[in-house]
Design a protein around this ligand. Structure first.
Ligand SMILES: *Cc1c(COP(=O)(O)O)cnc(C)c1O
Length: 369
């Protein structure tokens, strides 16, 4: 049985007519760059995220970067994040002119270990970016207490956690700002590149709107050096359609995670993802850890059965060549490094069928037997 890692097509087929109508409306209005369709989506996404404002930008990477700039991060500053994230979290810090500083993660949530945060703070620390990896919120209470105590800007990397909740509150509403990616494969995916920043801070939202539009508050009067970071009109329109289905799709992912748990139960040599008490996990990825055999061999064996898997991510950021200048060698962050060497992401998307999950699980049982 062929089981794809991700299938964007089934979802598109289900909403095809609505999408076509939405795209036609953008064409009819020729509202291609920013404009009313983006503004409408911003309003809807802010409401969904339980925040006052959402600012649409070109990507999740840009959302992180624009938020850091508006938060006052610049050259000489340090920004604390985790090493087991997509490289974009660190890139945004670097392109704001600051230096990424890492703290290790908690082994059960795979997210920032709040108990390690305070020790990483220096007089240069300006901001902290917890990442809600795989769709599970980081443990935010202690992180928030510490950032408040030191007056640090708290930016959630919520690029994998659309609709996730921490103690009943949506991610993106838990710090000073939240950065979201609408890359097509994300839980809420555009049909192209897009991103947004959520915030309850009106000044911050105003700053971000100016930065993403060439530093202008009025047309051709440029108050600061900005950038072209607008979201395009088609993406705004597509995202408005898709946002209506996000809860339903996340429920599908949660059901699939439960099915995996049932069908994978009792298999020795793997660790199945845990959902923290404080979390409503939205399973952007379902990453197991393979300890009983070589990961490449495990993935190859599944591949032979046409079960397609991924690794998120094989090399933690501090060990990437791009960040060699940080001089952080192996064993700097033992938990993140150990997890990175064991992760295998199983097929996960809302429309995955129980028979497919059963098949994947049975094959895993056979491979590890
Ligand atoms: C996807 C992702 C990003 C970057 O988003 P893009 O839209 O691809 O630029 C940043 N951080 C994390 C954790 C992500 O998963």
């Amino acid at each position: 049985m062929k089981v794809n890692f991700l299938d964007l097509k089934v979802q598109y087929e289900a909403i095809k007519d609505e999408i076509a109508e939405a795209l036609q409306a953008v064409l009819d209005k020729t509202a291609f760059a920013g404009g009313p369709f983006v503004a409408k989506f911003e309003e809807e996404f802010a409401a969904y995220s339980q925040t006052e404002h959402a600012v649409g930008v070109g990507s999740g990477t840009e959302a992180l970067w624009v938020a850091l700039l508006a938060g006052g991060v610049g050259p000489g500053d340090e920004v604390i994040t985790v090493p087991n994230t997509f490289i974009a979290t660190a890139e945004a810090i670097s392109f704001a002119g600051a230096t990424p500083v890492f703290v290790d993660v908690d082994e059960t949530t795979h997210n920032m270990d709040p108990n390690l945060l305070e020790a990483a703070i220096t007089s240069n620390t300006k901001a902290v970016i917890p990442v809600h990896l795989f769709g599970q919120p980081a443990d935010m209470d202690l992180i928030r207490i510490i950032t408040k105590k030191y007056g640090l800007f708290l930016l959630e990397d919520s690029c994998q956690a659309h609709g996730a909740e921490y103690k009943g509150k949506r991610t993106g509403s838990l710090g000073d700002a939240g950065a979201f990616s609408f890359y097509p494969g994300k839980n809420l995916g555009a049909y192209g590149e897009a991103g947004a920043v959520t915030t309850n801070d009106a000044d911050l939202a105003a700053k971000m709107k100016i930065i993403r539009d060439h530093g202008q508050a009025a047309k051709y009067y440029h108050d600061v050096i900005g950038w072209n970071g607008r979201m395009d009109g088609f993406q705004g329109a597509v995202l408005s359609v898709k946002l209506k289905y996000l809860d339903q799709w996340n429920d599908g992912r949660r059901r699939n995670a439960d099915l995996y748990r049932q069908h994978l139960a009792g298999i020795e040599g793997i660790i199945i993802p845990a959902e923290a008490d404080f979390a409503r996990h939205v399973y952007h990825l379902f990453a197991i850890r393979v300890q009983a055999m070589n990961r490449d061999a495990f993935m190859a064996a599944l591949g032979e059965k046409e079960v397609f898997t991924g690794i998120h991510y094989p090399v933690p950021v501090h060990l990437q060549k791009a960040y060699a200048s940080l001089n952080l060698g192996p064993d700097s962050f033992p938990v993140a490094e150990k997890c990175a060497s064991e992760y295998v992401s199983l097929p996960m998307f809302p429309e995955l069928k129980e028979e497919e999950i059963r098949f994947v699980s049975e094959e895993i049982r056979k491979i590890l037997a």
